[in-house]
Write a protein that binds this ligand. Structure first.
Ligand SMILES: [Zn+2]
Ligand SMILES: [Zn+2]
Length: 659
């Protein structure tokens, strides 16, 4: 019998910033669940990943923070690694692409490609910003996407529609992302990879994997092949990155070296030969935007070496998890990033909710309402409540020992459900990689047993106490195993309560022996209040831009009260000679008369105004207008064409306060 080696990879997190919830569910979390499951099922499996530390995004981010790219990556890599530990991501290696081992592996592969005639040089037109005095590779340029019309698309790929660009010049009205000015064109000799020559081999790869790769993956790959594969510019005029050995001053395009990280990281843990072993099953996880690199470019590079590297068995791509109707944005503080997340709730809350929200077929939205519901209903009301009831019965009725039962049909049915869940998990998770469906099946086992307890009423029904407690304890044990790939901290807690330490999936079938003593119990989860969820929804949502906020600025009531408005009656109206529009108006405001200068000439005649009742602001600082001292202001409704004086709708004495 062949023992397969399972090599799991997930798209490397960018070292430019902390990943958000969408990044997590797109790559590292499903890969972790899957690799945990395979290991639990006794498979030989390694999960390799690391920080993508090269490339323009890092340089851009470092420049913004006025530090060297190496310093920036150092800081971010440590932060990301710590957060991944907190999220309980169980990597066999988590490395980074700015180390020597990785640079050596990349150069080794490049030299092979060169030896085999897949590398050549060509003069190209690059963009150069005279204001910033530098060449502008991909991400240093932004503009309008020629395919979908999105503004601010990046020079290498449109985030909106996923379109990849060979050159940032394909963007409409492109500009330098640092200073916003229009870059100039300049000639530069670049290094090219003859991707076009490998087109047939990539087409054959797609045909071989048609049954194994998910629809999203197939569609994206087909679209790329339909356009025809063009040779790829693999060099960039940058300082940060892996320098091309025979092209000083240029580094490898980050998407060339990043996937090679999977190999160089494998080397760090001594399994590099897995990459050339026909019994290896390479299983790769990523968001849909990364598919082209995993089904076309990376396999083409490996094929070009002619060294017999394995092909990807599964390329599991998912759609996007969005936030607040759009994308997560660290700079605009929109959405939850992993650092925020780990501060707010235990890792299992996030793992559970994200797996439930896995966007397998279409884009999904993270909502706080849904998050709260999942934690409160599924984890608290179902899992937490079930485990609590079971362990309380054991303690109360049987001095914390597993009772000796006399099983009836109903109990046997529940025990059978344990074994069926194991089989279903192998199919739904192991074979089909249906993440949300798999976790639902496990929660359903708890839900079903919970209902059985409610129906049997062991607190009243003394003669059924033994069987119900025994059966529920077996389900609790099974949960401690089945939940492990999804929510490992909770699974470990349950194992501790039960005083057991099963390590294999098949141990779920082995029953706890009568007489076995359980250790104790504490609550597994806490509910999230609506108030709290609402608070976080407000905190992480898109803020109105400042201008809008300014326009909406409110004044306190006290400030309004400072304004003195009174009724008045116009006694006299005079023209101001030198002005086209101004009258000098005398107004009776009760105990005194005031003079006001008002721009009413174009709207009212002197006759019309005389004896009119009006509203007047009486405590403004006096101002001299066209030589006349104005000591009051007449209130009127004003639009572009009309002006209408305000008056009370009942007759009031002059000098009556307006409030
Ligand atoms: Zn687009
Ligand atoms: Zn510039």
């Amino acid at each position: 019998m062949i023992t397969f080696k399972y090599l799991i990879t997930s798209a490397l997190p960018y070292g430019s910033n902390i990943p958000h919830l969408g990044n997590i569910i797109g790559s590292v979390l499903p890969a972790d669940v899957y690799s945990r499951f395979l290991k639990l099922d006794g498979k030989e499996c390694k999960y390799v990943c690391g920080t993508d530390s090269n490339g323009t995004p890092i340089e851009v981010e470092a420049t913004k923070h006025k530090v060297e790219p190496s310093e920036w990556v150092e800081k971010k890599h440590k932060e990301i690694k710590k957060l991944f530990d907190e999220l309980n991501l169980d990597f066999d290696v988590y490395s980074r692409t700015d180390n020597k081992n990785h640079a050596e592996k990349t150069i080794e592969i490049y030299n092979k490609l060169k030896e085999n005639g897949y590398i050549y040089r060509k003069d190209i037109e690059i963009l150069y910003c005279p204001k910033c005095e530098k060449s502008l590779p991909d991400r240093y340029v932004k503009g309008k996407c020629p395919k979908c019309g999105a503004e601010g698309a990046k020079g290498d790929q449109c985030d909106e529609c996923g379109k990849l660009f060979d050159s940032p010049k394909e963007l409409i009205d492109y500009y330098c992302s640092s200073c916003k000015s229009r870059p100039k064109k300049k000639k530069s000799e670049h290094v090219f990879f003859k991707l076009s020559e490998l087109e047939e081999e990539i087409k054959e790869l797609l045909e071989r994997k048609r049954e194994k790769w998910p629809k999203t993956t197939i569609k994206i790959t087909e679209n790329l092949l339909k356009e025809g594969l063009r040779d790829k510019d693999i060099s960039r005029n940058l300082k940060w990155g892996i320098e091309i050995p025979d092209k000083p001053g240029q580094v490898f395009y980050v998407w060339i070296d990043a996937p090679i990280g999977y190999i160089s990281f494998s080397k760090e843990i001594g399994i590099e030969e897995w990459w050339k072993d026909e019994d290896t099953k390479l299983i790769q996880f990523m968001g849909k935007d990364n598919v082209p690199f995993h089904t076309v470019y990376f396999p083409a590079i490996l094929k070009g070496t002619r060294e017999g590297y394995v092909e990807p068995e599964r390329v599991k791509a998912c759609e996007f998890l969005n936030y607040g109707g759009g994308q997560f944005s660290k700079s605009n503080k929109v959405g939850v990033f992993l650092d925020d997340a780990m501060e707010l709730y235990p890792s299992d809350y996030w793992r559970y909710a994200l797996i439930k929200m896995y966007p397998g077929k279409r884009d999904r939205e993270f909502t706080w309402k849904e998050f709260r519901k999942m934690i409160n209903h599924d984890l608290n009301d179902v899992v937490g409540n079930f485990v609590h009831r079971t362990l309380t019965f054991t303690e109360k009725f049987f001095e914390s020992k597993v009772p000796e039962p006399d099983l009836m049909e109903r109990d046997k049915e529940i025990l059978k459900a344990i074994d069926e869940t194991e089989k279903k998990l192998r199919d739904t998770l192991g074979q089909k990689m249906e993440f949300n469906k798999s976790i639902d099946m496990v929660i359903d086992l708890a839900r079903k047993t919970n209902k059985y307890i409610t129906d049997e009423e062991p607190w009243k029904n003394k003669e059924r106490q033994k069987e119900v407690t025994y059966t529920s304890l077996q389900v609790t044990k099974a949960l401690s195993i089945y939940l492990e790939p999804f929510i490992p901290e909770t699974a470990d807690k349950i194992k501790k309560f039960l005083g057991i330490n099963p390590e294999k999936l098949e141990q779920a079938k082995e029953r706890l022996e009568p007489g076995h003593k359980i250790k104790g119990y504490e609550p597994l989860f806490e509910k999230i209040s609506k108030k709290e969820a609402d608070k976080y929804e407000e905190k992480f949502k898109e803020k109105n831009n400042e201008k809008e906020v300014e326009e909406m600025k409110k004044i306190p009531f006290d400030q309004f009260k400072e304004l003195e408005i009174k009724t008045g009656k116009i006694k006299n109206v005079e023209k101001i000679e030198k002005s086209d529009n101004l009258y000098k108006i005398t107004i009776d405001i009760g105990k005194e008369e005031r003079t006001a200068v008002a721009g009413l000439k174009n709207y009212y005649s002197q006759e019309e105004l005389k004896d009119k009742e009006v509203a007047v602001v009486t405590n403004l600082e006096p101002a001299k207008i066209m030589g006349v001292k104005s000591e009051a202001m007449v209130l009127a409704a004003v639009d572009n064409e009309k002006v209408s004086l305000l008056k009370t709708d009942k007759k009031m004495k002059p000098g009556t306060p307006v409030e």
